[in-house]
Design a binder for this molecule. Structure first.
Ligand SMILES: Nc1nc2c(c(=O)[nH]1)N[C@H]1C(S)=C(S)[C@@H](COP(=O)(O)OP(=O)(O)OC[C@H]3O[C@@H](n4cnc5c(=O)[nH]c(N)nc54)[C@H](O)[C@@H]3O)O[C@H]1N2
Ligand SMILES: Nc1nc2c(c(=O)[nH]1)N[C@H]1C(S)=C(S)[C@@H](COP(=O)(O)OP(=O)(O)OC[C@H]3O[C@@H](n4cnc5c(=O)[nH]c(N)nc54)[C@H](O)[C@@H]3O)O[C@H]1N2
Ligand code: SF4
Ligand SMILES: [Mo]
Length: 893
């Protein structure tokens, strides 16, 4: 629906908060993006990634035409080939010889068609998705406890709670707008308490009253202890347990007695902190437990989920205002994918693959020749099957398995050997293209149309506001065309997303009668026009009912056979031992301004200014022991592979732990694909990999020299064993280093060929050199080489390419390496919207701006998207702690 001729209401394509966005096309063809004040997820707010959406729409790196074997091809030829290769494989080797690997970033309509084609027409359940790496443990935990994959609560519950416990969730960076809602609610309700349970001290801890930095993978022990404590403290809701649940006795027995000493030993937490946490939960009726990848991405992830849910069932704190377990989803449409049955062990409409009645319902509704009757291969096993030749044809859509699956080098090798790989993609920077026999160019955000479901079960429209560039086509169309060409024309003759949505809604209603949680029957006859204008609504919304705020299970009504919830006994398993050779626990995850493999967020200078280089967070004691100084390069190695990244020495991580972000691929760094290191071990219930815990070794890599450069053009080759590249205004910044003596001048010439007007200082032989070159008065590149990590102000240097032209005598200033005295160095960028750095914030704080609000008034930092507010708070805390320490010292002396 268009609010005026130029502005379109749509949704953000990044995280599962699902913010509403207003996209406006300006007369000059540019697009601007703001938060939709009427969207109930964000009420106008957007985080740093959402605010920068307009900067990611350029077409320079887009796939615009189908390709076969790397050569441009027509759609008909490409689609015929895909259909023919899939049909032949099915004919010769059976339906289980083909597979789809899709993504929580396609729309519900795309997902619905993919699932229907595989499960109902090809007749295999070999369709899995990157949600296996993301939400599978929550799905399995929900189904064990509730009998269905239901998220009981809504976002408002976080605001109405008196206690919010965040487990393995860095909400401040990963669900920033929901975090801002929580932050605002806490400011309005001083009685509200926030507890963060995470081995790392993350930005989310800025609003925490208590941070429990537990040892990796010991959550089950902590929550079993909590269940026992609640029982011993007489904080149970016996009425709820009796009326609506079963299995309480078994669960409490599995949990054992509440021995704080033992829990302290296992989790590494102090007895005081454990007792404080348990008492807070016991006395606070309105408790919400939010959890995310620190829970799901574990070989005991499903048990973690159930250990958390058990505490809510035992207290009856579920499905009522301000209460409940709350699994927040990562991707914009992780929920939609689950609703259409996009996982290898699910059926459409939240139905169960193993249930013959459900299979009959779905097959009858689709009028399909077959219906898959056994689970398909889950992601990690699927790629093993690709590797050993069982899969003859594979279609990858909107995900990057050779970067994001564990044992990523093994996945890459498997893809290389696969007889036929189809890749639907938007970006040339995606690594999957290297393995593709057929590349299908997909419609990107702004070009596609359909629906997504956010973490609180709210279905919103994504709307098209840009023309399809080149020969780009939406994913649902690609899938339908292949379905038709495989001989199923009747079932795949959709005219558009509205028709698919109608069918999806009708299936949810079909023979439902309240037996299944997912029901949006109210929309089964929606017209194309009403679909165009569809406003966000939460499910369920059965036929002939109006939309309303919904919660599940406050009064029971579970979807198990006996309609009672099940307490799942969760015995604690000791986390994987770290062998002597691999003594560190590798933890992986996200940073604030990047999205996954960076194919979109890695394009903009604004978003790379926050953190421009892959890193490993290490504890100072570990660094000292290993002889690692800040800014050294370190190698992180497991039996599967290794990465080479910058050391970030910080006590935000525990001793024996190392954290590396998941984002960097070979497109922007020499060797930083952390999933090459991650072990392919999975949770036995959910098949989700334990991406947060791999035993590794960490070692300093001695470098003979280091370099830093700003370059107008992306270099064709970077002849250095270490490099990391990032866009800046007007060009690129490059960090690089080498292990053997190098001719700096030759290297400089390779990075910026055809340089003519060059200014040089330093001494190549003496181990340092700085050079810059101009075209006219316009700087083309500046490079700094040294034997030590290069000591040059990065913020200042990155500004050189967009600075005014410099002539004559002023040119030498470029080689000075830092800002002139009258323009102080802003320091590392904290606020990406206004490009405000840590030095500026520190100066303002020391001049009396003592709160986040005061910093905002002085510098504007934090006043646009607000994503950096928790970091500003952390800086202020550090400064006031330093000042207190200084006072102590002054008083003591
Ligand atoms: N900026 C940004 N936001 C994103 C994304 C992105 O790429 N970038 N991706 C989106 C997606 S798909 C997802 S799934 C979400 C993920 O959102 P989150 O789950 O919040 O993010 P992560 O950084 O993966 O992991 C969360 C935390 O789990 C902690 N953790 C590790 N091991 C353990 C453990 O044993 N126990 C506990 N309690 N905690 C542990 C880590 O230290 C980390 O801080 O983010 C979404 N939002
Ligand atoms: N070590 C480690 N590994 C992890 C994680 C972790 O925390 N640690 N997290 C895991 C999780 S939770 C997730 S969700 C995954 C994410 O990992 P991936 O799904 O592999 O990462 P993305 O970069 O989001 O990949 C999406 C791809 O789809 C393309 N694309 C975007 N829009 C469209 C579209 O409309 N159509 C098509 N066809 N293509 C499109 C993008 O260009 C991009 O290449 O990573 C997982 N891997
Ligand atoms: S919180 Fe940020 S990334 Fe997530 S949906 Fe909202 S604007 Fe997009
Ligand atoms: Mo995710």
């Amino acid at each position: 629906m268009t609010t005026d001729s130029k502005t379109t209401r749509t949704t953000c394509p990044y995280c599962g908060v699902g913010c509403g966005v207003l996209a406006t096309r300006q007369d000059d063809g540019t697009v601007s993006v703001t938060g939709d004040p009427d969207h109930p997820a964000n009420f106008g707010r957007l985080c740093s990634k959402g605010s920068a959406l307009a900067e990611t729409l350029s077409l320079d790196d887009r796939l615009l035409y189908p390709e076969i074997a790397g050569e441009r091809a027509g759609w008909d030829t490409a689609l015929d080939l895909v259909a023919e290769r899939f049909s032949t494989a099915v004919r010769d080797h059976g339906p289980d010889s083909v597979a789809f690997y899709v993504s929580g970033q396609i729309l519900t309509e795309d997902y619905y068609v993919a699932n229907k084609l595989m499960k109902g027409f090809i007749g295999s359940a070999n369709i899995d998705t990157n949600s296996r790496l993301c939400m599978a443990s929550s799905v399995a935990g929900h189904r064990r406890a509730f009998g269905s994959d239901t998220v009981p609560g809504t976002y408002v519950d976080l605001e109405q709670a008196d206690l919010v416990v965040l487990v393995g969730s860095n909400l401040a960076w990963c669900h920033p707008v929901l975090f801002q809602r929580l932050e605002a609610a806490k400011a309005a309700n001083p009685a509200m308490r926030v507890v963060v349970i995470d081995p790392r001290r993350t930005a989310t801890c800025a609003i925490a009253d208590l941070h429990l930095a537990l040892k990796p993978d010991t959550d089950v022990f902590l929550f079993n202890g909590l269940l026992a404590f609640l029982s011993e403290a007489d904080a149970l809701n016996h009425n709820y347990i009796k009326r609506f649940t079963e299995g309480f006795e078994e669960a409490i027995q599995a949990a054992g007695p509440c021995e704080i000493g033992l829990i302290s030993e296992k989790t590494g937490l102090s007895r005081q902190d454990i007792a404080l946490f348990y008492k807070m939960v016991a006395r606070t009726e309105k408790t919400v437990t939010v959890y995310s990848q620190g829970v799901n991405q574990s070989v005991v992830g499903t048990d973690k989920v159930n250990a958390i849910i058990n505490t809510h069932l035992a207290t009856g704190r579920i499905g009522r205002a301000g209460m409940g377990p709350f699994s927040v989803t990562g991707q914009p449409n992780a929920m939609g994918g689950r609703e259409v049955g996009g996982l290898a062990n699910m059926l459409a409409g939240h139905m169960v693959l193993e249930n013959p009645n459900h299979r009959q319902i779905v097959q009858g509704f689709w009028n399909s020749p077959v219906i898959a009757d056994k689970q398909g291969l889950k992601a990690v096993d699927l790629f093993k099957a690709v590797g050993d030749g069982r899969i003859k044809a594979l279609w990858i859509m909107a995900t990057s398995p050779a970067d994001s699956l564990p044992d990523a080098d093994g996945v890459a090798a498997a893809l290389k050997d696969c007889p036929f790989v189809v890749v639907s993609e938007v970006s040339r920077a995606a690594s999957s293209l290297a393995f593709a026999d057929v590349v299908l160019p997909a419609a990107a955000w702004g070009e596609k149309d359909g629906t997504v479901t956010n973490s609180e079960r709210r279905i919103s429209r994504q709307r098209q506001f840009l023309d399809l560039p080149g020969e780009v086509k939406p994913d649902w169309w690609q899938l339908s065309e292949v379905g038709r060409r495989m001989g199923f024309a009747d079932a795949f003759s959709y005219r558009g997303p509205a028709a698919i949505f109608r069918e999806h809604a009708a299936l949810s209603d079909y023979q439902n009668g309240g037996t299944r949680d997912f029901d949006i029957g109210a929309h089964k006859d929606i017209s194309d026009t009403v679909f165009d204008g569809l406003t966000p609504f939460q499910w369920p919304q059965p036929a002939e009912t109006a939309p309303k705020e919904t919660r599940f299970f406050g009064q029971g009504g579970f979807f198990t056979g006996g309609r009672k919830a099940v307490f799942v006994p969760t015995a604690f398993k000791v986390p994987r031992k770290r062998a002597r050779r691999y003594p560190f626990a590798l933890n992986t995850g996200r940073i604030r301004d990047q999205w996954h493999t960076m194919t979109r967020t890695g394009k903009t200078a604004r978003l790379t200014s926050h953190i421009a280089e892959p890193f490993a967070e290490l504890h100072p004691q570990d660094a000292a022991r290993l002889g690692i100084a800040p800014a050294d390069l370190v190698e992180v190695t497991s039996p599967h592979g290794s990465v080479l990244v910058r050391a970030l020495v910080t006590d935000r991580v525990g001793e024996g732990e190392v954290f590396v972000p998941m984002h960097w691929t070979d497109h922007l760094a020499s060797s930083a694909r952390i999933d090459a290191v991650v072990a392919p071990e999975t949770d036995p219930q959910s098949g989700q990999p334990g991406s947060k815990f791999t035993p590794v070794q960490v070692a300093k890599r001695e470098m003979a020299w280091f370099g830093f450069a700003v370059l107008r053009q992306r270099p064709v080759t970077i002849p250095a064993p270490y490099w990391a590249l990032a866009p800046v205004e007007g060009g690129y910044r490059l960090e690089f280093a080498g292990e053997t003596e190098t001719d700096f001048k030759a290297l400089a010439a390779a990075l910026a060929p055809n340089s003519q007007d060059v200014l040089r200082i330093g001494d190549d032989a003496g181990g340092w050199l700085r050079l810059a070159n101009w075209s006219g008065d316009v700087l083309q590149s500046a490079m700094f080489f040294s034997r030590e990590p290069v000591d040059v102000s990065r913020q200042w240097a990155c500004g050189l390419l967009s600075a005014e032209p410099v002539s004559g005598a002023d040119r030498a200033g470029v080689l000075a390496g830092r800002a002139p005295a009258d323009r102080p160095d802003p320091g590392a960028i904290v606020c990406s919207c206004f490009q405000i750095g840590s030095n500026q914030i520190e100066t303002a704080a020391r001049c009396g701006a003592a709160s986040v609000r005061a910093i905002g008034e002085t510098l504007k930092a934090g006043t646009n998207c607000g994503s950096c507010r928790s970091e500003i708070q952390t800086l202020l805390n550090e400064i006031s702690k330093e000042e207190l320490d200084d006072t102590d010292i002054a008083q003591a002396s």
